[in-house]
Design a protein around this ligand. Structure first.
Ligand code: GLN
Length: 204
């Protein structure tokens, strides 16, 4: 059985946990989901999600709690991380904002709130590399990706990248935990060829 972690200092934690459970069921896998608010839990996790929320707050709390280096080690070990919205900003190499202490796990620079304010939240049918049908992507004060280094662009909206992958890390500007469609979690955790996680193969 798999152990999953959702970084739970802020944001759509329960929704991510539910999406992970749903996705695991769809892949005939058992999973236990832990909410990560302190250090010491991440090393036991096979896969991790870092939700949306406020990137300044999330980055500060994971740094202060000593969770940030554990997330870096998790990715360095080739284990999957899905970073969504504010999570993408925190995972980036350049958040263009001094108040965000980035993890540098995705070689992208981002622009916070690039798609407008809260009232400008929207849903869009997004073409995503690796998915046969468009994905119903919910954008809420979403960041856009300005420039991409080593990461691979999986999806763009209005000519701006909004989903990227770099090895075991998938980052999305939108919120895949807010729709019942589990394909992004599936892509990040169960079908990411770029990750090839030994731990997960062994557990099967
Ligand atoms: N606007 C938030 C930030 O910049 C991200 C929004 C979200 O996660 N829904 O941190």
């Amino acid at each position: 059985s798999l152990t999953a972690g959702v970084v739970a200092v802020q944001g759509d934690v329960e929704e991510h946990a539910a999406a992970i459970e749903r996705t695991a069921r769809a892949h005939d896998r058992e999973v236990t989901v832990h909410e990560i608010r302190e250090s010491g839990l991440v090393p036991d996790c096979d896969l991790l999600a870092m939700p949306g929320g406020e990137s300044t707050t999330i980055s500060r709390l994971i740094r202060d709690e000593g969770i940030a280096p554990e997330i870096r080690d998790h990715v360095a070990a080739g284990k999957p991380l899905l970073a969504t919205c504010a999570g993408l900003i925190v995972a980036s190499s350049d958040p263009n904002d001094d108040r965000v202490d980035q993890l540098g796990l995705l070689d992208v620079s981002v622009e916070r709130n690039a798609f407008g304010r809260q009232k400008d939240s929207f849903e869009a049918p997004l073409e995503v590399a690796g998915l046969a049908e468009p994905y119903p992507a919910v954008f809420i004060r979403a960041p856009a990706i300005d420039s991409v280094g080593d990461a691979e662009v999986l999806a763009s909206w209005n000519d701006r990248p909004v989903a990227v992958r770099q090895g075991p890390v998938v980052g999305t500007a939108f919120h895949p935990e807010l729709t019942p469609d589990s394909r992004i979690h599936g892509l990040a955790f169960f079908e990411n060829e770029a990750a090839r996680v030994p731990g997960i193969e062994e557990a099967q």
